[in-house]
Design a binder for this molecule. Structure first.
Ligand code: KIV
Ligand code: ZN
Length: 390
């Protein structure tokens, strides 16, 4: 059975770049955009053109550069925003305008001081106006996660009539539970006229650590686009992490969903974005963290040395990591010490290993990690020479 495609909409350069301290110069954005295009993302959200002349310039330059992906510019439901975005996207091979408005009670009441009818009117006007510039118009219902489903369905039905091609259902505040977000997608699929002609999109924030789970629940319930960022960077606790959703779909083939991403480029891309944005990747970050394929306890190390699959569900090579790491600590066992020692030239007999291991434990109790140079010192202390087969 052929798999359904889930489009990957990368917003590292827009929602990701909103993080304080992560601002990039156009030159750096171009390097990242080029990498995202090679990585295989379907859509690159390049920026918010009206927000500053710098952002306008970045969207324009990215539009000229990108060869495969759709290039998207964000706007509010404001005519001037849309005009400026259309202008910035002039050179894009596949341009998309991403326009929208808040639809939750609190957004309507406090942000827009508008009635639900006025919100619908503004949403329709913005969509139709964007459509007069480009064929591909994505509409976002900001704070859809906390929007009443019946009202949300009404808004969406109207923007479909006005020409929207993609409907973004943002959980802007990261509030939803996965079953709730999935049920929202299902409700919209079943209750919005014309929904079969458009793509439903997940855009989840990570305030409760649920962005990835919510996005997966979304695609399990019919969404066919996920909006995400490299390393999950983004406002507050971040956005859905691209590498996580891509690998979840790959590792669970029975979901019958696939993406265009070349997963072997994930680790390098993560490092590149981290370096350019000056945002360190937490060591325990799934898929791309320094410890994602590192094993330090004796029981786990023994298993991984015998067969990698005992404690790893992903072959590190699949995401561009050269190999699993066996990290030596006071929790490591003989198998790990023998394994690491062999890698650096010491083939130990059982007796030699026993002696070396006692010495190793003394060293390991005094420091966080035992490195290769410590092993050389241990071997010297117990008079074992590299390459000396017993
Ligand atoms: O989180 C959000 O609602 C957004 C929209 C502007 C798409 O980023
Ligand atoms: Zn967002």
């Amino acid at each position: 059975m052929s798999k359904d495609k889930v489009q990957i909409f990368d917003t590292t350069l827009r929602d990701g770049e909103q993080v304080p301290g992560c601002k990039l110069a156009t030159k750096e954005k171009l390097v990242i955009a080029k990498r995202l295009d090679v990585l295989g993302v379907d859509v690159i959200e390049a920026g918010f053109p009206i927000s500053s002349p710098g952002d306008f310039g970045s969207v324009e330059e990215i539009s000229k550069l990108v060869q495969n992906a759709t290039v998207c510019g964000l706007t509010r439901a404001v005519e001037k925003d849309i005009e400026v975005a259309a202008q910035a996207l002039t050179y894009a091979k596949f341009p998309r305008i991403h326009t929208g408005i808040g639809t939750s009670e609190s957004h309507m009441k406090y942000k827009f001081k508008a009635t639900p009818e006025q919100i619908i009117e503004r949403a329709v006007k913005a969509t139709a106006y964007a459509k007069s510039y480009v064929e591909d118009v994505e509409f976002y219902a900001e704070d859809a996660g906390r929007t009443d489903n019946v009202f949300l369905a009404r808004v969406l039905e109207e923007v479909i009539k006005a020409g929207a091609t993609v409907l973004n259902i943002p959980d802007t505040t990261g509030y939803c539970l996965p079953d709730e977000y999935g049920a929202k997608m299902k409700y919209l699929r079943e209750n919005v006229r014309g929904i079969e002609n458009v793509i439903l999109s997940c855009h989840c924030h990570n305030d409760l650590g649920l962005a990835t789970a919510n996005s997966i629940a979304g695609v399990q319930n019919g969404a066919r686009q996920i909006e995400c960022t490299i390393n999950g960077i983004g406002e507050r606790a971040g956005n859905t992490s691209l590498e996580e959703v891509v690998m979840i779909l790959k590792q669970h083939p029975y979901l019958n969903l696939e993406t265009n991403i070349n997963t072997q480029l994930l680790y390098n891309t993560s490092q590149m974005v981290s370096e350019k944005m000056g945002m360190m990747v937490q060591p325990n970050k799934a898929i791309v963290g320094a410890n994602a394929f590192a094993h330090s306890s004796g029981i786990h190390q023994d298993g991984v040395i015998k067969n990698r699959e005992t404690y790893e569900i992903i072959d590190p090579a699949e995401v561009g990591v050269t190999e699993s790491a066996i990290v030596l600590t006071a929790r490591s066992g003989r198998a790990a010490l023998a394994y690491r020692s062999k890698k650096i030239g010491y083939e130990l007999t059982k007796n030699q290993l026993d002696v070396a291991y006692q010495n190793f434990l003394t060293v390991a109790d005094q420091q966080k990690e035992v490195k290769d140079n410590d092993i050389h010192r241990i071997m010297e202390a117990v008079q074992i020479q590299a390459g000396a087969l017993a």
